[in-house]
Design a protein around this ligand. Structure first.
Ligand code: 5GP
Length: 118
C-alpha cells in the first residue's frame, strides 16, 4: 500500500484548501505556492504515487484529469491565450508530492519548458 500524502487529506476535505473542482474521479485545488496567476493541481481521488504506477484501470481517472484541465482553463479565462499542463515523475522529474497531479499553469507568458535544478 502506498503511503498517503497531504493530497488525500485535501481530497477528503480534512484540511483546508481552495478546491475548484471535485467529482467522483478527480479533485482540483489551487497550488499553495503558485508559480503563475493560475496554478491549479488536478489529482485523481485514488492514490497513485507516480506516473510509473498507472495501469489501464486508471485510464478513466487519467482522462478525466485532462478534460477537467481544459474545463478549468476555460473557467479561469486562460484557454485562448494558452497555458501549460505538467506532470512531474520521481526525483529527476522534480516530483515532491507522491500522489500524481497535473499542474495547470497560465495567466502569463510562461518561460522555457525545461530548467535545470541542482
Ligand atoms: P510536484 O513538485 O510534486 O510536481 O508538485 C507539488 C506541488 O504541490 C507544489 O507545486 C507545491 O506547491 C504543492 N503543494 C504542496 N503541499 C501543498 C498543500 O498542502 N496544499 C496545496 N494546495 N498545494 C501544495
Amino acid at each position: 500500500m502506498a503511503e498517503e500524502t497531504i493530497f488525500s487529506k485535501i481530497i477528503r476535505r480534512e484540511i483546508p484548501s481552495d478546491i475548484v473542482w471535485q467529482d467522483e474521479l478527480v479533485t482540483a485545488f489551487r497550488d499553495i505556492s503558485p508559480q503563475a496567476p493560475t496554478h491549479i493541481l488536478i489529482v485523481p481521488n485514488l492514490l497513485i504515487p507516480t506516473l510509473n504506477d498507472v495501469s489501464e484501470a486508471h485510464e478513466q481517472a487519467l482522462g478525466r484529469m485532462l478534460t477537467v484541465a481544459a474545463k478549468l482553463a476555460a473557467q479561469e479565462g486562460i484557454a485562448e491565450d494558452g497555458y501549460r499542463v505538467i506532470m512531474n515523475c520521481n526525483r529527476h522529474g522534480g516530483q515532491e508530492v507522491y500522489h500524481i497531479h497535473l499542474h495547470l499553469l497560465g495567466g502569463r507568458m510562461l518561460g522555457p519548458m525545461l530548467t535545470h535544478k541542482g
